[in-house]
Design a protein around this ligand. Structure first.
Ligand code: ADP
Ligand code: MG
Length: 750
């Protein structure tokens, strides 16, 4: 009897909702109360300092030491009034999590008397002893110094009793060791490239920033059930588990009512998020049982990324209060839908205009078309980098497996806009635009807003879809830091807009207006980027074939996808836009490759451990029961040769046994079961041994990439084989002997 599982089940199924006392008033009463936002700055800073700070933040410039000192004092006063005792530089190392090292405000003890202190220096820079954060060889452990530096464009906030200062994280020699640094650089690159293009249409634009609204999917599992599954605890996903009789086929979970317990959890973490100024907007059930989604109102990309990291952290903490565990893994349960993080992305000007939304005038429509077509062209030219930006061991189970979305990057724009681009393509001949063509095109372009009114055209299977006023990059993994996808998108867009500007400028002459030139270049782009557009079903076999014909990549695994980061084209792109140096790019590649290896290595170890020490022993225990049973039957029936003697009255039964030799036919079935258990156990055992052998070989490999490929191609294939036979045992052996909570329990106990 597997007591752990049943104790956990009992605990989980008898749970009551944890009622938390939440603030009574309106959300707006406490929204942002734990954020040192403009309002707080204004209140706690001298007027002059406030103005300087605000302007510096808006310009994205660095803050001078005096201002920093004053800001530090204001932050300290503000946060201490809220009971804060410690401060930390909050950063996003390449581990994927966020990092904090808390220091108390106390500084030099004046004659034994403690004084709270926090200076501009402490605000601006810190040196975490962070030798264990990944650095891809840039910062070896002998030279363990990296430092964090204040990112004043993202406001400080309070978590618990700690003041958190968003920071970037650099090596002592200046290389980025985090997600935020390149993101900020890519925002800068995009700004540099997009403003001159905006100026074709509107001279008032002086800044362009990217905007991001993420949609976060996750699973909720009862804490007691989670705890007795080593695979969930250590790898975030179920490495074993047969599919339940009832899965998601009834689709009764999607948009269904949210269970009370879950609802209490949601209200609790949402409140925390509102206090942190995270503008959460929607919550709903997702397709799979126990799967949910949360989405905010979009924000500037840097803030949105911080908020997503913060959200995941808050959700993890709050879930425990409600005896839940939140799973952000991309594929926690094979056979059930996985989780993604849709990244809704656009660009906005400092004049308040969304560049992917057409306006009321012909000029703004042409501006829309310009940015719209340039995005498509950028994705066309750099689809491989987008693929690389979403590569991770977890996401491999979605991309490239039979799951949403596929590994082939393509763009969906909807029927109406497809028609529009086709019109432009056919109406215009290459070369200079004629007056007649122009007249006709302008009519088309003027009709864009109406086209978009009917924006019911949705394609849920596309990895990169235009959804009315933004593009939605859907292939991002649910556990990923959005920064990586956003950095790539911003950078390829910066490159694309730079090229565009050059090409347009080259064409403009006495006889060619800017408008003519813009149309001409857009026409070329529409033609040359056509094969990245796909409106059909991205999950179909036909698309895989069609994409191959079109020459689009279909990269299935993380090591292969990461290789794309090291092409000459990739290195040059990021270097040109000052986002990564070659050294940084190589270091990052190495970190990601190693991260992949470690994830697969851990999973492989857990598989071996669970198979050897739980699954096989349980199967053998059940087998013993069968053996005892067979022995018993043989003993009882040994002296009775004729079935009739047993006195079976049921005709069907006695017919069934009328042939054969009594006890033998009675035990045939059990013998079959014993044999099946034996066979499956030995297959599992064999495969585990072979897998461990492959692991040993892989561990001998020095070269990081080769090692990752070995884990991917030699070690990982055993996972499915081992799981297959284990899952068969799960549905064969006595339920009371099965050691782990089953899918039907994990996913349906509320
Ligand atoms: P849906 O995609 O289901 O239609 P919404 O249109 O509300 O839902 O958008 C989903 C996400 O896209 C939300 O987080 C929303 O804030 C975000 N979003 C909307 N407009 C933009 C924009 N201009 N830039 C970035 N994200 C946006
Ligand atoms: Mg959406």
């Amino acid at each position: 009897m597997s007591s752990l599982r049943f104790k956990a089940l009992e605990e989980a199924s008898s749970r009551q909702p944890v009622n938390v006392t939440l603030p009574s008033g309106k959300v707006s009463d406490y929204y942002g109360e734990n954020v040192f936002d403009l309002e707080a700055m204004k209140k706690y800073l001298a007027e002059g300092t406030f103005k300087t700070l605000k302007a510096t933040i808006q310009k994205g410039a660095t803050i001078d030491r005096n201002t920093a000192d004053e800001v530090a004092i204001a932050m300290k006063t503000w946060s201490m009034e809220k009971g804060v005792t410690h401060y930390t530089h909050w950063f996003q190392p390449l581990t994927g999590a966020t990092a904090e090292k808390h220091d108390v405000f106390l500084d030099n003890m004046d004659g034994g008397k403690a004084i709270e202190k926090f200076s501009g220096g402490q605000l601006a820079q810190q040196e975490p002893d962070a030798s264990s954060f990944p650095s891809g060889g840039i910062r070896n452990t002998f030279e363990a110094r990296g430092y964090t530096a204040w990112d004043s464009s993202s406001p400080a906030f309070i978590l618990g009793k700690t003041l958190c200062i968003p920071t970037i994280y650099l090596s002592y020699t200046g290389e980025a060791l985090d997600y935020k640094t390149p993101l900020l650089k890519s925002i800068h690159a995009l700004d540099n490239a997009a403003v001159p293009v905006c100026q074709y249409f509107d001279k008032n634009v002086t800044r362009v920033n990217a905007t991001l609204g993420w949609e976060q999917e996750y699973f909720l599992i009862d804490n007691a059930l989670f705890t007795v599954r080593p695979d969930l605890v250590h790898s975030g996903r179920a490495l074993f588990g047969a599919n339940p009789a009832k899965g998601q086929q009834l689709e009764d979970h999607y948009f269904g009512s949210i269970p009370e317990r879950v609802n209490e959890f949601m209200r609790d973490y949402e409140t925390e998020c509102y206090k942190l100024g995270i503008p959460l907007k929607t919550r709903h059930n997702e397709v799979a049982p126990n799967q949910y989604e949360v989405a905010p109102i979009f924000e500037e990309v840097n803030i949105a990324v911080d908020h997503n990291q913060l959200l995941m952290d808050v959700m993890d903490k709050v879930s425990r209060r409600h005896n839940f565990r939140v799973l952000f893994h991309e594929k926690p349960f094979a056979g059930v839908n996985g989780s993604g993080k849709h990244n809704n992305w656009s660009m906005a000007t400092d004049t308040g205009k969304n560049l992917l939304s057409p306006g009321k005038t012909p000029e703004t429509n042409l501006q829309f078309l310009t940015f719209f077509v340039n995005v498509i062209k950028a994705v066309h030219d750099y689809s491989d980098l987008l693929r690389a930006a979403i590569a991770s061991a977890g996401n491999d189970h979605r991309l490239g497996a039979n799951e949403a979305p596929p590994a082939i990057i393509s763009v969906f724009i909807g029927t109406q806009l497809t028609k529009m681009l086709d019109e432009i393509e056919t109406k215009m001949k290459p070369g200079k635009v004629t007056a007649a063509e122009k007249k006709s095109l302008k009519l088309d372009i003027a009709s864009i807003p109406e086209l978009l009114l009917d924006n019911t055209d949705r394609n849920r299977t596309s990895p990169f879809a235009f959804t009315g006023n933004k593009f939605e990059f859907r292939a991002v993994g649910s556990s990923a830091n959005c920064a990586q996808a956003m950095t790539t998108l911003n950078t390829i867009m910066a490159e694309q807009l730079t090229k565009f500007r050059k090409e347009v400028d080259k064409l403009v002459s006495k006889t060619t207006t800017v408008e003519d030139a813009v149309l001409q270049v857009l026409h070329d782009y529409i033609v040359s980027s056509k094969n990245i557009r796909f409106e059909g079903n991205n999950y179909s076999e036909e698309w895989v074939k069609e994409a191959k014909k079109r020459g689009l990549s279909n990269i299935q695994t993380t090591p292969a996808a990461l290789d794309l980061l090291l092409t000459k084209k990739a290195l040059e792109l990021f270097e040109t836009h000052n986002v990564f140096t070659k050294r940084e790019q190589e270091a990052r590649h190495e970190i990601q490759v190693e991260m992949y290896t470690k994830k697969i290595q851990i999973e492989s170890r857990i598989i071996a451990d669970m198979a050897n020490t739980y699954i096989i022993p349980s199967a053998l225990r059940y087998q013993n029961v069968l053996i005892e049973n067979v022995k018993g039957i043989k003993e009882i029936f040994a002296s009775r040769h004729e079935l009739a003697n047993v006195g079976i009255k049921d005709k069907g039964l006695s017919d069934a046994f009328s042939e054969g030799s009594g006890s033998d036919s009675l035990v045939d079935t059990q013998m079959g079961m014993i044999k099946e258990v034996s066979e499956r156990v030995s297959i599992i055992k064999n495969n585990v041994e072979l897998m461990v052998e492959e692991r040993k070989k892989a561990n001998q490999i020095e070269h990081a990439t080769e090692k990752a490929f070995a884990y991917c191609e030699k070690v990982k294939p055993y996972f499915d084989e081992i799981r297959y036979h284990s899952d068969k045992l799960e549905i064969l052996i006595d339920d009371s002997m099965w050691p782990f909570p089953k899918y039907r329990e994990l996913l349906f106990v509320k």
